[in-house]
Design a protein around this ligand. Sequence first.
Ligand code: HEC
Length: 183
Amino acid sequence: MKAFGLILAGVTVLAFSAASAPASEPDIIVQQRQQDMKAMANAAKTIDAMFKGSSPYNAKAFKDAAETIGSHSGERLSSLFDRSIAAPGSKASASIGPERQKFDKLAADLGVYASALSSAADRNPDVLGPQMRMQAGDTMMGGPLARKANADRDVRSMPAEHAFHLMLQTCTSCHAEFRARAD
Ligand code: HEC
């Protein structure tokens, strides 16, 4: 009786997962993550234009853009690559599976930089002033004497522009390793 119950339970689970996973599930996940990535790219462009001065600084728009990146990073980003990694139409690399920790760390770092940018907007409601700008020494990061960037440790003490650069580097690092080249 007990064994029969277990078998039935197994059947129920199978039936349930079949019902909740329609054939098009991979397509939906791939679309969702590409859509998320595009939203982050647009948000990054908004911030970039303000640093470059090609758009006027607006603290609210700056913060909204940072929050958009923040809400699409971390666990949200990681979870979209839990399944169907190398699905049709996707440029995601199959190495995400075996390199999971590295991938998740990059996704989490993105969130750390985004939240630093969001608080920078709070502290600078009116102008993108010199305190948001990168200082001469900041570019030493990555030079021979630099220690390895550590998002959690360094981000609170760095100017917003520096956090932005490291954020873009995080996009690039992840793409270099985990996204197949566009052809
Ligand atoms: C942790 C890894 C990771 C990070 C961080 C990351 N990306 Fe991506 N990105 C990917 C992967 C993997 C793909 C390929 C997704 C697919 O095709 O399924 C991708 C695809 C894209 C695409 C192409 C979307 C399309 O329509 O095919 C854009 C644009 C993009 N990312 C922008 C960004 C920007 C901007 C950032 C930083 C703000 C960023 N990404 C951060 C992993 C990452």
